[in-house]
Design a protein around this ligand. Sequence first.
Ligand SMILES: [Zn+2]
Length: 257
Amino acid sequence: MRLANITGKRVEEYLEKRKTVLIPVGSIENHGKHMPLGTDTLIPDRIVELLEEKCDVMIAPTIPYGATDNIYGCPGTITIGTDGLIMILTKIVDCLYRYGFRKFIILNGHGGNCKAIEAVGMYLHKKGAWLANLNWWLMVGELRPEWKGGHGGAEETAGVMAVDPSLVDMTYINEPMNLIDDVSPDMPTIGWNTVNFKGATVTIPREYANYSANGWYGTDEPHLATEEWGHEMLQTMADYIVDFAEAFEKIDLPEEK
Ligand SMILES: [Zn+2]
């Protein structure tokens, strides 16, 4: 059930029986030369289409922008920052809370959004409501370890293929990761904001363009992606959310602080 497609009267009727609303949150950011900037928004949107065939949970419009300051600078990337996302998400949940929604499911497409989503979750908890954050790309790797992936690697590439294969630019599907040791030759870049020094991981926040010549990162190379993988993975996540939403609706609300 899409909030944008129904009347206020229907919302009132829904709230007599249920308190849950699902809000997809995405991002517009570089994912390597082969992937669309909207990857983190396109995939949650597709999961929502699949799950709404099986359950009638209320679905609010997607927030297409996210907090992606470390990818800022790669052409097309738009970041609203953690502060911007907290502000927008708080205003949205405040409105929904006023009408009686007390259970908020976030279907998140981007790791950089987590800090903001969790802050809003704490805020809601104090108000006697629950927020559950579902990071689809991490969860599918738990549900099926072979689906585990990185940023713009085979996992997300398969996800975009399931949305629309023509969105993947196959010209660049074999581009290597090309991490750059921009901090120091003694401190090789090993991942998101991280370097290795004497066998241990140190986090040094900086813009992604400094340390990745391409923009994708992970052990799951993009060329390994298939459309079949994507379809099965997004369907599995959609089915999981159907079950989760049902169980989430049944739990008692926390005490208001
Ligand atoms: Zn992504």
